[in-house]
Design a protein. Structure first.
Length: 476
């Protein structure tokens, strides 16, 4: 039974320094399910002290010891997938099959990928008379979001363990249970005490205390650009490394000659996946202006088949968005799209038909959107797609790059060569051609205000390593 009123610090479940909690609300019913404890600076101090003590020994463990540890973590994780999926579904609203397969599955995928990287990674490299050593950076503070909770936790914790770092995790207060299950998994797998610590809490309290803490050597943050800026400012006086994966407004460029039905259908389905609550969602579909009506009709057909409903009911495509605040924000942006003159093709404001409670958003599509409209500029973070027309390929690229964000881009063309040509021109950390999904061994992260640093695979491991040059190491 998961204990939501305690934190995991120094290998044990402990009471918070101050008794304070917040309700966790089921977004499908709008009802509070239980309370979760909220931490304070005192809890962060305790967790950091434990991590700092543990670093002295854990940083010296061998590759073989860390391989054995990750292998055991994976073994235990597999036994808890159904529980993780159920917790994610209840707390952030993902349909249960998707929560088990994709949400919980993503966490397992990152653990397995990191294990493969660790087995073969070169921590030492001769350069002239020097030896370049890659060593764990130290104590890491991790702040993770609610939209893909286990994906973001695992793609930070797994490489940090592989590197020999110790850590403090602050998961989102909206999705605490899957993170607490993850802490139980690490405990059962035998992660040494103090290596992994978990403190629940709010960003302005626990997140701020972590960002400012002089004994935390690195912050790994995933969340909004606004919150990421605050983290970086607080971290600056201690000159700690800050790695961030932030917001996005990713373009999906469909070129002349592409298979319209396939490209548009795939793009809309991807946009609606997870109720649009993905930082790399292809939220701006950029199409040949002459094909706007045809594209809108294909997109509408997909939206009409997309069922927003109970995450545990058969036939549900998308569940609710995570909370009332997000629902209100999305509704405001849908209204803004209508007010600014975009053509509403599907969906619109209010709850879906037949739904009278829950934070459900109607799968919404706008056509004839211009790049200056609010819905083309702001990250909506809901199942709302904007379709923008471009007169030619050059204008499509210009519109794609006309954003402060640069997390992802998508390109479909008549051929892979067409897609490659345009993909090279998109200013983003991840570009997907012809509908091919991300590869977990390749780096994930953004340009511009979508962040810095990279996660996933070898690149994720290197985010948690310092580089030391030892001159004379190879001298005769």
């Amino acid at each position: 039974m998961v204990n939501r009123m305690q934190f995991y610090i120094d290998g044990a479940w402990v009471d918070p320094a101050v008794k304070k909690s917040t309700p966790v609300v089921n977004p499908a019913t709008e009802e509070a399910m239980y309370e979760v404890a909220l931490g304070s600076k005192a809890d962060v101090d305790k967790a950091v002290a434990a991590a700092k003590r543990a670093f002295a020994t854990f940083s010296q463990t061998s590759r073989e010891e860390r391989v054995a540890l990750l292998t055991k973590v994976i073994e235990v994780y597999k036994t808890r997938i159904k529980e993780i999926g159920a917790a994610v579904s209840d707390e952030m609203g993902a349909p249960l099959p998707m929560a088990e397969k994709l949400q919980a599955g993503a966490g397992l995928g990152h653990l397995m990928t990191t294990l493969d990287v660790l087995k073969n990674y070169h921590f030492e490299e001769p350069v002239g008379t020097a030896m370049v050593l890659r060593e764990p950076i130290g104590v890491v503070g991790m702040i993770t979001p609610w939209n893909w909770p286990l994906n973001q936790i695992a793609c930070k914790v797994a490489p940090a363990l592989a590197a020999g770092c110790t850590m403090i995790l602050k998961p989102s207060e909206f999705t605490p249970t899957s993170a607490l299950i993850f802490a139980e998994i690490l405990h059962e797998a035998g992660v040494p005490k103090g290596v992994f610590n978990l403190v629940n809490g709010l960003g302005p309290e626990v997140g701020a205390a972590m960002s400012e803490h002089p004994d935390i050597d690195m912050i790994s943050f995933t969340g909004s650009t606004r919150a990421g800026i605050d983290v970086a400012k607080r971290a600056a006086p201690t000159v700690k490394r800050v790695s961030q994966e932030l917001g996005g407004k990713s373009p999906n460029v469909i070129l002349e000659g592409a298979d319209l039905t396939k490209a548009v259908t795939g793009g809309v389905m991807h946009m609606f996946n997870n109720s649009g609550q993905s930082c790399n969602a292809p939220s701006r579909m950029i199409v040949p202006a002459s094909k706007m009506k045809e594209v809108a009709a294909i997109a509408k057909a997909v939206a009409d088949k997309t069922k927003a409903g109970d995450p545990r009911a058969d036939g549900t495509t998308i569940g609710p968005v995570v909370n009332r605040g997000q629902w209100d924000k999305i509704q405001g942006l849908i209204k803004k799209g209508i007010d600014e003159g975009a053509t509403l093709v599907a969906g619109g404001p209010g709850l879906p038909e037949g739904v009278n409670k829950g934070f459900y958003v109607r799968p919404t599509i706008f056509a004839d959107v211009t790049p200056d409209m609010t819905i083309a500029r702001e990250e909506i973070f809901g199942p709302v797609l904007t379709i923008i027309g471009a007169k030619d390929e050059s204008e499509a690229v210009q519109i794609a790059n006309d954003t402060p964000y640069g997390l992802a881009g998508y390109v479909s063309g008549a051929s892979v060569e067409d897609a490659k040509r345009v993909g090279r021109q998109i200013r983003a950390g991840n570009v997907n051609l012809q509908g091919v999904p991300n590869d977990r061994t390749a780096p994930f992260g953004g340009y511009k205000q979508s962040g810095n640093g990279r996660e996933w695979g070898k690149y994720g491991l290197e985010d948690f390593l310092e580089v030391k040059a030892v001159a004379g190491f190879n001298a005769a």
